[in-house]
Every structure is written in C-alpha cells, then in structure tokens.
Design a protein around this ligand. Sequence first.
Ligand SMILES: Cc1ncc(COP(=O)(O)O)c(C=O)c1O
Length: 389
Amino acid sequence: MFETLAEQPADALLALIGLFRDDPRQGKLDLGVGVYRDETGATPIMAAVKEAERILLETRTSKSYLGPEGDLAYVDLLKPIAFGADPGPRLTGVQTPGGTGALRLGAELIAMAKPGARVLVGTPTWPNHAPIIKATGLTLVAHPFFDVATQTLDFAALTAAIAASAPGDVVLLHGCCHNPAGADLCDAQWDDLARLLAERGVTPFVDLAYQGLGRGLDADAYGTRRLMTTLPEVLVAYSCDKNFGLYRERVGALYALAADEASAAAVKSNMAALARVNWSMPPDHGAAIVRTVLESAELTAIWRDELDRMGARVRAVRAALADAEPKLAWIADQQGMFSTLPLARSQIERLRLDHGVYMAGSGRINLAGLRVGDVPAFVEALAAVGFPG
Ligand SMILES: Cc1ncc(COP(=O)(O)O)c(C=O)c1O
C-alpha cells in the first residue's frame, strides 16, 4: 500500500540547520531556527527550570498514569499567568503536547462542535496553522494580515473578513509576537476587534505561544484577556515551550471559555475524549516542571526575571538594528523573536552563499539569532545584497 504515498517535501528550515552546521566560515549567522538564543548563541535551560527538575528528581515517587487531561494543577497554575483575573468556572482546560497539540485539539473540538466550520486565518502565518486546520476537516478562509513590502499590519482586511463572516465562524489570532511578521495588534485594535467579534458571533481561537517574549507577560496577554472579558466563547492554545525554554519537552495547554458552567463541563469532557484518541495522555515531565516553578513564589520570581531579560535582549537587538540601518526603522516597533524582511529569493540566497547569513526562504529572521555585536556585519551584508528587495 505504501507505493501510493508521494514523497513529502523536506522541512526547509531543518535543511537550513544542516547547511549552517557544515559552513566552516567564522562569523556565520543563523537567523533561521525559531528558538531563543542568548548573547553567547546558546539556548539555555532556564535557572528556575533546572531547580524545578532537581526538586522533581528528589521528590517524585511515581510515574503512574495521570489521565487524558494531563496535570490539572499545572493547567490551573497557568491561568493567572495567561488570563490575569480568573474568569471562574466558565473557563476550562487540559494539558497538551506543546502549543501544536493545543492547536490540533482545539481544531478537533471545533470540528466536533461544528463539522467543516469556517476558520478565518490572516496571512502570512505560522506554516503549521493551515495543515492543522485542513487535517481536521475545517474550512480555511484566508485574508491578508500583513504586507511584507511595506511592513504594515492590515487591520482593515482583518475587520473586513470578520464583517463578511457568519455567526459560528472562527478566527485564528496570534495572541502576541506574531510569527513570522512580528506585527501585533495594539490595545485599541484588540478592543475594537473584541467588540466586532461579539457583534458578529465569531469565536476567536488564540494562539498564545510567546507570552512574555514581547512587551512582557501582562502586556502580551492584553488581547487574549480583552477577548475573554468581552465574548461568551474563546479558545486559547497556549505554549510554555518558548517562555519556559522547554521546547522538546512539549508543554502546552488548551483552554476554552464557555458560555456557562454546564457548557464548560461538556467542553472539558470532549477535550479529554479527543486527547484520549490522539495521544491518550500528554507527556508529563515538562508540565511538572512548569507546575513546580509556579507552585513556588521564589522560583516564579526567578523565572519571571529571566524571561524579562530574554525579552529585553530581543528588544535590544531590534533597537540596535533600527539604529544601524534607517531602512529597518520599523523593526524596533515589532514584537517577539521574528520579523520578515522584504527580500527577494535571490537576495536571501546571496546572503547565505556570499555572507554566511542563514534565514528562512520567506525572509523571516529570528532576532535572537543575533548578538548586538553582530548587527554591523548583518547590516553590511544586507546592504551588499541591495536590501530592501
Ligand atoms: C505561532 C506558533 N504557534 C504555535 C507554535 C507551537 O509551539 P510548540 O513547540 O509548543 O508546539 C509555534 C512554534 O514555533 C509557533 O510559532
């Protein structure tokens, strides 16, 4: 039967890792892979995470099964971080394998409630969004969100797409630190959007994968919290893989705000049933780390401080780039680890071949791949290939 399978294209970003590794040049720059890097180029284990792992190693007495909902103490402890004030029993959630698992479970929940539902998605977006939506039989409806050539967020196109939608439609939104554009709605736009969604009866599905890596934990959650206080129903796919630096441990959660407590109970039982047929139960270690950090005021303070410093480092790189190259002035106003440079394919290739600068074929760069000291060389390389494209 396997002869019917067509070869899938290799993941271009993973191929880039290999090319970068084999490049012998000193001063080569890896702006491709989407993980945080510190000033030494390392993706460190955060201090609070290390300490939580030590505590777990010493105190755990069992690795028996937990259940399809995962670690519910972890799910509860994350609520005040993500949502601020607790919305009470209308809010329910389960642990998932990463933000990706949360997106998949959320899409399946939507499909269970409303098979084939329309999901509005702004482009460009994270490349995994569309396949997840399509794999669950939902109908993807794309609209423009960000123009790379002019570096402008198209709020009018977003609101026009929602104005043209029907009650029961869903809109997928990046909660903060848009990947790949770095362009987030401002607070006033979130307020307007929440009102419009309420008017139209459209349900937001928020992908919150980088809380704390933009403007700070609370500011990055402004939009999500505004939606929660305005609308009867909200879905949130949360990832701790970036803001706790736990990538390979696969730590996420899917939350749903339901219209009332009874509906929330039904939602939770459906989430658990869907988790059961997908992965039975999520991996435990990463969520146990996050729980252990959040159970301790001391470890929470250490984590927050380190996360703040990570966000500040990315902002410092953004500011240094904007200072060094006036054509990049907009980069200082964007949020999170990613921005997409207006470059032609040929320029991206020349950056790699002639200058040892590696980035995604879309022009997306990971700002955390740069040290402030690398900025002059990077700006020179951009000038040499005739940036912008
Ligand atoms: C926008 C966005 N959403 C979700 C995810 C998924 O994160 P996780 O590694 O937790 O599955 C990512 C990861 O890169 C992302 O960029």
